[in-house]
Design a protein. Structure first.
Length: 220
């Protein structure tokens, strides 16, 4: 994870709270919000990881019981070792395997939090979050109007909150950050939607941003 991606993720998490504040964001405020956001991320990931671990134990229990109750083992004397048996790959079993994969994914996410936490301490990350937030606040009407106009009849306030924040970050970069290529802003927004929202949201966000690019003739 690079510094700017970490900054974008932090901005998503703290956007709603920041937008309630009428005063300009200062470095001291930012550091407190970053710490709070990291704690929120960590707590959420820990909760999800615990749920996944519980599901993995359930799968282990299912397999053990399946083996014990299999006809080949029911016919054996009680004091003998169980005979390994084949597990049918039914849709149920495939679903259980998917649960294991999700648990592994949650573990990777938890590991990523450690890297994310380390990155959040870098001044480059803090500076970029500050730039994103304050640039948005200074140009809120323009940015919101672009998103609202290209949202296929959806008022910006009716969009899923996290999708709205992702769009705000992307449009802020596309209009006001000369050092960020438009295609990078779009790609990052799509990836953030996949991570924090849904595949449907990622397609929706990509479509809106493409319309913004075409109408404003932004260079990609």
């Amino acid at each position: 994870m690079n510094a700017r991606r970490a900054a974008r993720e932090l901005a998503i998490i703290i956007y709603s709270q920041l937008l309630k504040n009428k005063h300009d964001l200062q470095n001291k405020d930012l550091e407190a919000l970053i710490l709070e956001s990291i704690r929120t991320l960590t707590k959420n990931e820990e909760s999800e990881l615990k749920k996944s671990i519980i599901e993995v134990f359930k799968i282990k229990e299912f397999i053990e019981n399946y083996e014990i109750e299999h006809p080949n083992n029911l016919r054996k004397p009680i004091d003998t070792k169980l005979v390994p048996v084949s597990i049918p790959l039914t849709s149920d079993m495939i679903g259980r395997i998917d649960t294991i994969l999700k648990a592994a994914d949650k573990t990777l996410s938890a590991i990523e939090i450690a890297e994310f936490n380390a990155l959040s301490e870098k001044q480059e990350v803090k500076d970029y979050v500050l730039k994103l937030i304050n640039t948005y606040k200074e140009n809120r009407p323009t940015i919101n109007e672009q998103i609202d106009r290209h949202s296929k009849g959806w008022n910006i306030e009716r969009l899923i909150r996290i999708d709205r924040h992702i769009l705000r970050i992307a449009v802020t970069e596309m209009f006001f950050f000369d050092d960020v290529p438009v295609r990078v802003s779009i790609n990052e927004a799509v990836e953030l939607a996949k991570k924090y929202s849904s595949d449907e949201s990622s397609s929706f966000i990509n479509g809106i941003l493409r319309k913004v690019v075409n109408e404003n003739k932004l260079p990609e």
